[in-house]
Design a protein around this ligand. Structure first.
Ligand code: NAD
Length: 476
């Protein structure tokens, strides 16, 4: 039974669909069947969204913090009430397992609750000057935000794109991925149902390059927020430059994991295999290059392959499934290309390396060992369930390999040596570092990268401040 919802855009609080607009067919990645038809914006739709965002900003920038907090708290409550329905639709359009989708709803609930509190702590400061003069520093909302969210976290990404601007007093036009629209619409609907004025947040869909060019060229938009690949991020950053927009860029990564001989190997394996296969590896902070000290390499590689090979792959709604299909046909094609290239270069396949079944976009958990540095997968984000395990000898070489790539999103290390932990924390070039843990995100902690992985952060006070500008008034 397909009880996937009817799809629309939401502009100025109204559902917008039909009217001869182009459509995008939404596909269930577990079986390749079309489950919905998404209307795509034409230029007039985008202009209406821009007009609404301009009006919405004038209204929302003077809202009280208590008003914004009430909307975010209310939306969090509604998301919790609707958790099962939202998670199920996310599985239908994206493929991940139901528990993963339910967790994603919780991630947004936690973020909205955090921002409901944090928006009440946007303080300024007064500078005392001689002879009764003073200067006052305040933080004001930056203005209407154009936000682009990808398909890998269809609930969580829109939650991030909407939560911080709304908490800051901005309006938002969200273009979430056309492949996973129902999840984004559900997050926006919860905010609207909790009392957010319709002009403050819109959801549009379209041909991505048409939408981004149109919105970023408009004088209405004051900030670009993007999550996606580095290639697209650089393109959008160039467009944003013409209007000198503020930017938050959450781009690709190629997570190194340094495993030292003194680590508790079974605990490491129990953690990192599940971490690698979460969301079928389609995670920007996914661990990718496992750099393992040679004295424990064989044990680590064998243990990894054994655990990954035993992972149950299947439809995300099946309660036995541990890993769902990949989200779209481009991903298994990319896995085949990257694995073929790596094996031609001399890598060994310890497990997997192939598609699963002949329906949908399933791919087997894969472990590649001793992959040469020149192989494409050592340099390009795989964004899939493929782990690279390579032996290395000493700490300096492991750090050099971790920092070799232009990416700097997440890095991980496993060692019981406290001095080494401090060295790694200082030396690894990454926005987020996990020492003896895979948990590197939380509503109260900044999430973002360095180098080609982008700039700015989401979540935490930093994510809120990224939607504010600082102004100083000097009084004589
Ligand atoms: P892609 O690079 O074309 O698209 C990535 C995302 O950007 C999609 O959500 C897409 O809708 C959006 N996008 C593309 N062109 C755009 C434009 N001109 N304006 C606005 N948005 C645009 O291709 P893809 O096949 O969807 O993904 C490929 C790669 O993207 C993956 O291999 C991965 O490296 C990266 N990716 C990263 C994340 C992340 O969380 N950082 C999420 C999804 C994809």
């Amino acid at each position: 039974m397909n009880d996937y919802p009817a799809l629309s855009m939401i502009i100025a609080g109204e559902a917008v669909a039909g009217g001869g607009r182009r459509t995008h067919a939404v596909v269930n990645p577990a079986n390749g069947e079309v489950i919905g038809h998404l209307p795509l914006a034409d230029p007039a739709d985008l202009d209406r969204a821009l007009d609404a965002a301009a009006r919405g900003f004038l209204r929302w920038r003077t809202s009280t913090a208590a008003e914004r907090a009430a909307v975010l708290e209310g939306a969090a409550r509604l998301l919790l009430e609707r958790q099962d329905m939202i998670a199920r639709n996310a599985v239908l359009e994206q493929g991940k397992t139901l528990p993963e989708a339910r967790l994603e709803v919780m991630m947004v609930v936690n973020l909205f609750r955090f921002y409901a509190g944090e928006c009440q702590r946007i303080y300024g400061r007064a500078l005392v000057r001689p002879a009764g003069q003073r200067s006052t520093v305040t933080h004001a909302p930056v203005g209407p935000v154009a936000a682009f969210a990808p398909w890998n976290f269809p609930i969580g990404n829109p939650g991030r794109k909407l939560g911080a601007p709304i908490a800051a007093g901005c309006s938002v036009i969200l273009k979430s991925a056309e492949e996973t629209p129902a999840s984004a619409l559900a997050v926006l609907q919860a905010l609207l149902d909790a009392g957010l004025p319709g002009d403050v947040a819109q959801a549009v869909f379209g041909v991505p390059d048409e939408v981004s060019r149109h919105l970023l060229a408009s004088p209405v938009i004051r900030k670009l927020s993007f999550t996606g690949s580095t290639v697209v991020g650089k393109h959008l950053a160039r467009l944003a430059t013409d209007n000198m927009l503020r930017t938050t860029m959450e781009l690709g990564g190629h997570g190194p994991v340094l495993v030292f001989a003194d680590a508790d190997l079974d605990r490491v394996l129990d953690t990192v295999v599940a971490q690698k296969l979460r969301n079928a590896g389609q995670v920007c902070v996914s661990p990718t290059r496992f750099l393992v000290q040679d004295s424990v390499f064989e044990r680590f590689a064998t243990g990894f392959a054994k655990r990954a090979g035993a992972f149950r792959v299947g439809p995300g709604l099946d309660p036995d499934t541990q890993m769902g299909p990949m989200a779209n046909p481009r991903r298994p094609e990319a896995m085949e290309r990257l694995i073929g290239d790596a094996t031609a270069a001399g890598a060994r396949v310890l497990t997997g390396g192939h598609r699963v079944g002949n329906r949908g976009y399933f791919f087997a958990p894969t472990v590649l060992a001793e992959v040469p540095t020149g192989a494409v997968i050592m340099n390009e984000e795989p964004f899939g369930p493929v782990a690279i395990v390579n032996p290395m000898h000493d700490e300096a070489a492991m750090i050099a390999e971790a920092n070799r790539l232009p990416y700097g999103l997440a890095a991980f290390a496993w060692t019981e040596d406290a001095r080494r932990q401090r060295r790694l924390a200082a030396e690894l070039e990454a926005g987020m570092i996990g020492l003896n843990t895979a948990m590197i995100a939380g509503a109260d902690a900044p999430f973002g990268g360095v180098k080609w992985s982008g700039h700015g952060a989401e979540d935490g006070p930093e994510g809120l401040h990224a939607c504010l500008v600082t102004r100083t008034v000097h009084e004589g």
